[in-house]
Design a protein around this ligand. Structure first.
Ligand SMILES: *Cc1c(COP(=O)(O)O)cnc(C)c1O
Length: 356
């Protein structure tokens, strides 16, 4: 079934075979990759090409995150993997993707760059999936299919910018409903108490789960994203990605972070504590109309006159995200949960604005 979804040129691709792909054992003299034998910076082996398969990192990801080695591939952030998936399955100028607005803007941007059309089915006003509208859209699309077709459906859970996670059974149902690829972007899964869709990978051949070390693991600068999928889809991504897409220093930093599980868990607990404190205190401030529930490390809040409030905060050196132009998000700002000092500054400024 997956086979019929792959873009023809990708299905027929002979992948680039790098020096580090062809010889993976241990040797004493490496004269195969035209590297400089000398290095000039403090990172050990900076002069050598990194492991294209990120083998050590994927082994540690299996140990620490429980994502099976044979079912993972590493991207330069999950953003790269989003782009890879669109390029593997969507024929430019012909095929399309589906997003559920309001959601992460990168899906649309990468589709636009690849000349792939974007359809959308809005979420309900409470930011849950509109199952009726989605079912109808998929039925209509299937009926009207001529040359091009809908290939990839993006579900962001927990969703950015609405902060809610969708129920696992809802996502599982969509995997049976849709005959294309279902991508579940779990960038914020570490902050959620809802079950990960990673368990669906063994159940449905058309699901891809994306994780990242950019948020909970504190490594946004290293650019390390993880795709979890069937061995077939993992092999496709591995074949079409840049061979050395994740640098050695980034792989080393990721290995280091994953070795600090206890510290990261404590850091996560601190973020959840701060999130709960903000959730309790924000509704008491006059300019805040509503704080939405959050399974993530940010809060979507509806306020009076978001533009004026945004400017007021910016004048005090506090930058938040204006999400007010997104579907169902009129009047909404998004606050990342910061340190307790940062959150105190935000709360003080909001009170000052309300009293002013
Ligand atoms: C932050 C974010 C990402 C980007 O992750 P990287 O791994 O840093 O590329 C992906 N998806 C969503 C929904 C995000 O909010």
């Amino acid at each position: 079934m997956i086979k019929n979804l792959i873009r023809t040129n990708i299905a027929n691709l002979t992948p680039y075979s790098s020096a580090r792909n062809e010889f993976t054992g241990e040797a004493e003299v490496y004269l195969d990759a035209n590297e400089n034998w000398q290095g000039f910076v403090s990172f050990e082996n900076a002069n050598r090409y990194p492991d294209p398969q990120a083998t050590a990192l994927r082994r540690r990801i299996e140990e620490v995150l429980g994502l099976p080695f044979a079912h993972t591939v590493i991207g330069s952030g999950s953003d790269e993997l989003i782009d890879n998936l669109i390029r593997i399955f969507c024929e430019p100028g012909r095929d399309s993707i589906l997003v559920m607005n309001p959601t992460y803007g990168a899906y649309r941007v990468f589709a636009d760059i690849n000349d792939v059309a974007v359809h959308s089915v809005d979420l309900l006003p409470d930011f849950q999936i509109d199952r009726g509208a989605l079912t109808q859209f998929l039925e209509d699309e299937r009926r009207e299919r001529e040359s091009g077709r809908l290939k990839v459906l993006f579900i962001c859970s927990p969703n950015n910018p609405t902060a809610n996670a969708f129920a696992l059974e809802e996502i599982a149902h969509i995997c049976t409903l849709f005959d294309g690829i279902v991508v579940v972007d779990e960038a914020y899964q570490d902050f959620s108490t809802k079950e990960s869709s990673a368990t669906l990978v063994g159940r449905y051949e058309n699901v891809v789960v994306l994780r990242t070390l950019s948020k909970c693991w504190g490594l946004a600068s290293a650019r390390v994203g993880i795709a979890v999928a069937s061995e077939q889809i993992v092999a496709l991504i591995a074949a079409m990605k840049y061979p050395y897409n994740v640098g050695g220093p980034s792989q080393a930093l990721a290995l280091e972070a994953l070795g600090k599980g206890e510290e990261v868990r404590a850091g996560l607990a601190a973020i959840i504590r701060e999130r709960e404190r903000l959730q309790a205190v924000l509704p008491q401030i006059a300019c805040i109309r509503c704080v939405y529930p959050s399974d993530a490390n940010f809060l979507l809040v509806r306020v009076d006159d978001e533009r004026a409030l945004y400017r007021f905060l910016a004048e005090r050196g506090i930058i938040v995200r204006d999400r007010s132009t997104q579907t169902h998000c009129a009047g909404c700002l998004r606050f990342t949960v910061g340190s307790s000092e940062e959150n105190e500054r935000l709360l003080a400024a909001l009170k000052e604005y309300s009293n002013g």
